[in-house]
Design a protein around this ligand. Structure first.
Ligand SMILES: C[S@@+](CC[C@H](N)C(=O)[O-])C[C@H]1O[C@@H](n2cnc3c(N)ncnc32)[C@H](O)[C@@H]1O
Length: 346
């Protein structure tokens, strides 16, 4: 569960470990432009099976092991002594939820003295406003791990037509618009995600760059959407592809690699020459080497040349303490020649 090195698992232990983890994030704690970040990243912070994310004055604890349930009262009290909060939302991994429920702990249970508390919160990321549903939203409410890649997208979006594939609630969409994109087309299969994109854009419309950006939305399967955009000969200057984990199990790794290859094959031809393609993977079982090889295969199948612009990873509040902890990988390529004939496109 964690490396206690013989220490008693009492309140003092948990507050010491949470305080240590918070110290690692001191740059974020003092960053007035960002109010949501990961405080404890499980095993990577020496607290296996425990994730704690902060959204302003509310905190979400996600529990990945039944063994932690007995310690929840001490952890919640310890957390309150390190981070003053109005509420702690408990979320349990699917395999842990039945055991928690037997003890009367429902998934999404809110521990708070405030009866009027709304777990749908507004938070800041890089100075931009977003909403997260701490009870029903993905992960603990939002995908906080892409914060620095979103900041990168903001820096490289000026005057570009941007395509945000697997947009979720529009983290990349809003950053691209804030960075001066002329247009952003957001694609996600979930209608809730597309509604959230629209709401998050509206939250930031007071920014001149956001108010002048042209937005369009597509609630669709990403593979079908990319195929359709190719057929309609649409072109973009920056394409971001940030799919969900394709390899929840080791046996899915082959299929995941084929999916990354296919996404690159479909996305690269949509990029204008000199434009950028950012392809991400959050599959912990897919190694960096395998991911890069899949990208190369996809470029090859598309007959497109992609030169390395940069390789990036998760934000710094997601420290990596063991190889599988490095789950998030992103490769950004400069697309040089999308006009060459496609070799054996499937
Ligand atoms: C890792 S999240 C994307 C995070 C997002 N880019 C962000 O910055 O917050 C993956 C998203 O893919 C969407 N999704 C899953 N399967 C999909 C598919 N086949 N086509 C399109 N979207 C899909 C999910 O609804 C989810 O919003």
């Amino acid at each position: 569960m964690h490396r206690s090195q013989g220490e008693p698992l009492d309140e003092a232990f948990w507050s010491r470990r949470i305080a240590q983890a918070l110290k690692v994030r001191s740059a974020l704690v003092s960053d007035e432009r960002t109010s949501a970040y990961r405080v404890v990243n499980g095993e990577n912070d020496g607290l296996g099976s425990l994730v704690i994310d902060r959204y302003g004055d509310q905190v979400v604890m996600k529990i990945y092991s039944e063994a932690l349930i007995a310690h929840l009262p001490s952890i919640v009290t310890a957390l309150g002594s390190v981070i003053r909060n109005r509420a702690v939302v408990l979320r349990f991994a699917r395999r842990v939820a039945p055991a928690a429920e037997r003890l009367g702990l429902g998934n999404g249970m809110i521990i708070s003295e405030h009866s009027d508390l709304d777990p749908v919160v507004e938070y800041l990321e890089n100075g931009l406003k977003f909403e997260a549903d701490l009870v029903h939203g993905p992960k603990t409410g939002a995908f906080l791990d892409q914060r620095e890649n979103r900041a990168l997208v903001r820096r490289i979006s000026k005057s570009r037509a941007v395509l945000d594939v697997f947009s979720s609630s529009g983290g990349f969409t809003v950053h691209a618009a804030a960075g001066g994109a002329v247009s952003v087309h957001s694609v996600d299969i979930s209608p809730h995600a597309i509604d959230a994109v629209k709401a998050n854009i509206d939250r930031n419309r007071e920014l001149p760059t956001v108010s002048t950006c042209r937005f369009s939305y597509q609630c669709d399967d990403a593979f079908a959407a990319l195929d359709g955009l190719n057929q309609r000969r649409k072109r973009f200057d920056l394409v971001v592809v940030d799919p969900p984990s394709f390899a929840q199990k080791q046996r899915n790794v082959g299929a995941a690699l084929a999916a990354y290859e296919r996404l690159v094959e479909l996305a690269a031809p949509l990029v204008n020459p000199g434009g950028l393609l950012m392809q991400a993977s959050c599959s912990s079982r897919v190694t960096v080497g395998e991911f890069h090889a899949a990208i190369d295969q996809g470029l090859d199948r598309a007959g497109v040349i992609g030169e390395l612009y940069c390789d990036t990873a998760h934000a710094l509040d997601h420290p990596v303490g063991f190889p599988e902890g490095a789950y998030l990988k992103a490769r950004t390529l400069i697309i040089r020649d999308p006009a060459r004939p496609r070799k054996g496109a499937r």
